[in-house]
Design a protein around this ligand. Sequence first.
Ligand code: PCA
Length: 215
Amino acid sequence: MKILVTGFDPFGTDKVNPAIEAVKKLPDEIEGAQIIKVEIPTIFNKCAEVVHQAILDNKPDYVLDIGQAGGRFALTPERVAINFDDGRIADNAGFQPRNQPIHEDGQNAYFTQLPVKAMAQAVIDAGIPSLVSTTAGTYVCNHIMYQVQYMIDKEFPDLKAGFMHIPFLPNQVLNRPDTPCLSLADDVTGITAAISAIVKYDGKGDLAAIGGSLN
Ligand code: PCA
């Protein structure tokens, strides 16, 4: 089995993004699955092209995109991506969409194929906070999650994909009082645990646990 894991580059006022830092440090193999790591730009009109090319090049069974969610305290596998771009800030190309559909011929929303409850439970079992989230926002992270689902809808029906947000690193909250953070080592442990759950639940649906969600 092959799993393509992507991480976004730094954006906004931050000089680092825990997503790509953690993705770079993941093992090359998890539970027998080969892990392919790719950095993607925090640019609405570029990130999908990079992931699309990586899918064509590597033919993965799964895609897991990782991004930073500043202010969240937990690793949050996302359940749903929506057909809506609305930037709170400009992206790394200076583009700030407002109220735009991503694809006129796409669904309003797509659910992930990933076992998000099992992923969250595996992260918790590794001693790291985790919750299933039901909103990936309306910025570039929701955008890439939606774009990969659109590719599944139109082009790669056998692919399974999803997204996970992760908190700030400690060095990003030095001037952000009362803001949660998680160490890079915990990010790597947590993402590895989540990927282990993806492999273990392959073809088996999701854990039937009481999952809860972030709003
Ligand atoms: N987080 C942003 C985009 C890139 C990233 O790492 C988001 O949540 O949309």
